[in-house]
Unconditional design. Structure first.
Length: 266
């Protein structure tokens, strides 16, 4: 794992595989996870270079000074700068997608492709904000392990969860190693985020959307309303998949991302 420093002295941990020529694929993980969520997905990609970023507070990256998807986007930019990557294809899973949208707004010149992997550009509903505030209270009262144990089972399609409990348990165990402060900051950052419909409307590179038919968080119904906004969109709804396609259908998801990456990079 390599590190880069933000201007405020905080470290961002990332992994870069392959010689850095062409347009690298940069992958962002979701909430309460780290860059290792891509470990089972990457072997199905047919090319490099691939960069995996640990967002602030997660997977060995320092906690940011303030919460916010814009702060996460700056951390991604620091990694891209550290590697002297001029332009990349940026794919964000769920909260990583919220970050990727902030990046697209702040640094449009650095993108040749943007991918929302079980993600969307809408802000939180009042109910969702309320649930996140309850989560922050749990974390602040020392219930991190309980919070994490409740989080992951609901992210998978029911049938996958029944047959692959070890995948969920591994994520829970890793989640229990993330600091409560980092998890709470991510919740706060998601509460604070704005909608990015205009970002998608104005985007000057192709955009990819991957949805799972069984995803209760980034539903295809909601996501398809956003997928009509960019000039060039590549849209996939995966039958029987929940919110975690990189685990539930890694080969298929890798093929879809690979095709988009090649399309954007030529
Ligand atoms: C994620 O997987 O990053 C979260 O489910 C995103 C969210 O809670 O909106």
């Amino acid at each position: 794992m390599k590190h880069t420093l933000l201007s405020n002295g905080r470290h961002i941990a990332y992994r870069s595989d392959g010689a850095l020529d062409g347009y690298p694929l940069v992958l962002l993980h979701g909430f309460c996870e780290d860059a290792t969520v891509w470990d089972g997905f990457i072997p199905f990609l047919k090319k490099e270079p691939v960069v995996r970023v640990n967002l602030p507070g997660f997977g060995g990256s320092d906690l940011a000074l303030n919460p916010g998807m814009d702060v996460y986007a700056d951390a991604v930019c620091a990694v891209v700068n550290d590697l002297s990557i001029e332009k990349c294809v940026l794919i964000g899973h769920s909260m990583g997608g919220y970050t990727a949208l902030e990046f697209a707004e702040k640094y449009p010149e650095r993108l040749v492709g943007l991918g929302l992997f079980h993600s969307h550009p809408f802000e939180d509903s009042p109910e969702r904000k309320e649930a996140r505030h309850r989560g922050i209270e749990m974390l602040q009262s020392g219930k991190r392990d309980l919070y994490v144990a409740q989080l992951f089972p609901g992210l998978f399609a029911e049938s996958f969860g029944k047959t692959n409990p070890e995948v969920i348990n591994a994520l829970i165990n890793k989640g229990k190693r993330q600091s409560p402060e980092a998890i709470a900051a991510a919740l706060e950052g998601m509460i604070l985020r704005k909608n990015h419909l205009e970002t998608l409307q104005n985007i000057n590179c192709p955009a990819q959307f991957i949805f799972g038919s069984e995803d209760a968080i980034a539903t295809p119904e909601q996501g398809l309303k956003a997928a009509v906004l960019p000039n060039i969109a590549d849209v996939h709804v995966l039958p029987g998949v929940g919110h975690m396609g990189m685990f539930e259908a890694p080969e298929k998801c890798a093929a879809i991302v690979q095709q988009f990456w090649e399309f954007c990079a030529t």
